[in-house]
Structure formats: C-alpha cells, structure tokens
Design a protein around this ligand. Sequence first.
Ligand SMILES: [Zn+2]
Ligand SMILES: [Zn+2]
Length: 260
Amino acid sequence: MSSDKSSITVTILGSGTCVPSLQRSSCSVLMRIGANRLLFDSGPGTMRRLLEADTTIFDLNYVFYSHFHPDHSAELVPLIFSTKYPDGSRRQSPLTIAAGRGFAAFFEGLKTVYGKWIELAPGLLDLVELNNTSKVLKDFTIESAPVEHNPESIAYRITSSDGSSVVYSGDTDFSDNLIELAKGADLLICESALPDSKRVKGHLTPSMAGEIATRAAVHKLVLTHFYPDCEEVDIMQECRKTYRGPLLIAEDLMRIEVGS
Ligand SMILES: [Zn+2]
Ligand SMILES: [Zn+2]
C-alpha cells in the first residue's frame, strides 16, 4: 500500500449492478489518501469486499453516496449497525457520510424503520448534504456536481494535496456537468452500464463514456457498473470508437495508483 500522503490509491470494490453476481459485486469504490479511507457507494456485498481489500468498516472516515438506488446505498444500514457491535475495535473517530440533496430526509426515513439501531454515540456520525459544492478536508478536496440519473444524483471529484485527481461518475446519462467536473482529471471512474446496442435512458454505454472522457481530456478512464449484457460484447472496442487514451475495464478488487 502506498504511504504517500498525496497519492490516491483506488480499489474497485464492486464493478457490478443490482444483478447478483459472484464476479461483480454491487457498486462501490474505495480510495486511500494518506491516512484517509473514503468509500464511494455501498451496494450489497461492500463490507465483505472491503475486508478483501484489507480494510474494515472502522478504518473508514468518509462515505460518499452518488444516489440512493439500493445497488449503491443498501449497505448503509448494515454498515452503521455493524459499527455498534461492542467489541474492542469499536469506532473511536467520527464517520462522515455525505450525499446529494434530500439525504437528511432519506436518513430520517431509514430511522423511522431502524430507530436507534442506526444511531451512533454523540459526535461519531456526521451527515452532510452536498450539491455543486467544493469542500477542503484534511489532505484532499472534494467537489460534486449534479448528473443525469435521479434528482439527488451527484458525481464527485477528489483532488489530493499534490493535485492528483480522481472523478467518480456514479450513475448518469450523458452529462455536460460530468465533462466539466472531470476536466483534465488523472482518472475518471465512469459508469458504462449497458452495451451501445442496448442503451437505456439514465445510463451510459461504452462509447458514450468514451466521448465524455475525450471531451474532458482525462488521463485515464476506467469503465464500471456492468450489467450482464456487457459480458457478451467487446466493451473496450465499443469505447475505442470515441476514446483513444489509457483504458481499463473494471474488475472487483482492481487497484489503481494515481499520482506520486
Ligand atoms: Zn442508479
Ligand atoms: Zn446503479
């Protein structure tokens, strides 16, 4: 593991969707920046994949949600409930959970079902709503912008102290905001849910993701969030119609180093 304070180590925890798969867990990405552990989305299976990436839920200091669809958010409740498990490694430092507009209401809804099972001791849980905002946190900056999927959907850009940058699209249709947010980024992690021939509204295909990457002039593109239809076609070739730069097809537990 890199101990560099300013590099970003990305681990794809889940490259899949809502469809149960032994190869592709539901959506989630882990980023390590110095001592920080940032989780992006937590679909079903995330906590097990985290352990496979040598990380426990107690190591996380931030969780960022792209939107509230269950394949991205369903393990929020188990994550908080597991945090209450009274063993020696119980959480000592605060966990910040951030998402787009409506997150406070979403969480209140969960509380009407789960009550104090998803409450932590005072000071340990910080809930934040983000939208079109830029926040400077310890060792990194996080920016967000609305994308074309759900009303609460946002994409994220993380920039470390040396300027290394990673953008996470979440789910989206073609998005000018995503192009703007991803301008010149070292890495764009972009959804590519279905093949070009099976495009659906609210999602991207490989050639659409490629066009976004080209227009944003990113330095590397990794495609993820693959429905089973994607296993039947050459995703890389479809993306090559619109993008010529470095390209990766995500697999669960794939690790990518960004920056020094
Ligand atoms: Zn979605
Ligand atoms: Zn999704």
